[in-house]
Write a protein that binds this ligand. Sequence first.
Ligand code: UD1
Length: 366
Amino acid sequence: MGAIRVLAVAGARPNFMKIAPLMRELCARPGFTPFLVHTGQHYDAAMSESFFRDLGIPEPDANLGVGSGSHAEQTGHVLIKIEALLQEQQPDVVLVVGDVNSTLAATLAAVKLQIPVAHVEAGLRSGDREMPEELNRILTDAVSTWLFTTEEAGDRNLEREGVAAERIHCVGNVMIDTVFSNLERARKLDTLSRLDLEAGGYALLTLHRPSNVDDATKLRALFGALETIHREIPVVFPVHPRTTAAIEDRLGGARPVLQLMEPLGYLDFLQLMAEAKLVLTDSGGIQEETTALGVPCLTLRENTERPVTVSEGTNTIVGGDPETILREARCVLDGHGKVGRTPRLWDGHAAVRIVDVLERDLRGRV
Ligand code: UD1
């Protein structure tokens, strides 16, 4: 009986912290032969390389080097390049994570070659089809064989879409595996002193969704509210490349008066999240990480695909209205932020459960 050949795919920054514990688990088990593919969707050292280094992810076995482009270009390039690789490697299963363009493209190429797909972080739905990620989620889930969910709302969404119950596995959250296995190391860094910050004495901001940054009026209004907060407590803002471009192109280079910096590595960012008074974000993953860390999070979107972070965690959906943002920020700064609890199965062992399921289902079949 041969080892199970798993071709794991990662492409963009939020994939790397999800693939790390899965690769660790696959490499540790003699029953598996993993093969890691980096699609190259994110390629800057700060958006990619530093994550491999910080998280101890093995050097990719292949890099497709697709880079940036329109959605069709990016998805299409991954599709074409990964098809050839799949034909060459003939894996028993393709493992994809999250909801980025690389996730969908790899899935589509695999299923057309009759290679089954395991989707980690399945079932999340914002209900907002204007988000490119929502389309990626729906399409990836529709054709995947194993659907690994992070929260029970995901199971319900999949059942509603007609997915058979035996394909759905609620296993917890691999992103939180990574938070817990790196927190101690992150806390030992000198990130706060390097940035001249004090624990509990700053707010941390991330902003990169097209719906927030691609519209000048919206972006200006958001920056206005955030600058008001910054007058009271420093707002630390590592700027995503998409947002840097938007400030240049849409605001004529008028940078907001906040504590701006280049994108940070995983460990620096984890320390900043863990010690923040408040986090403001439009990211998906950060809503979950702040819930696991017990830090109040204000989500600068109209909806979330991760409802457990609101019902049980520290997340509040505030949208883009400056008055609402300021009111909710005031509440946190006055010490009335949500406390929350860690959701079920967000315990640092999600990757183990996922690999257990794959081993059970594939052993004997290959
Ligand atoms: C992608 C994901 C999004 C995820 C985000 C995290 C999709 C549809 N979106 O969005 O879900 O939350 O990553 O970062 O897959 N760029 C660089 N260097 C890089 C990567 C990108 O400069 O290493 C610039 C390019 O100009 C590019 C732009 O950022 O056009 C946007 O990158 P892209 O991968 O298209 O989408 P993101 O906004 O990063």
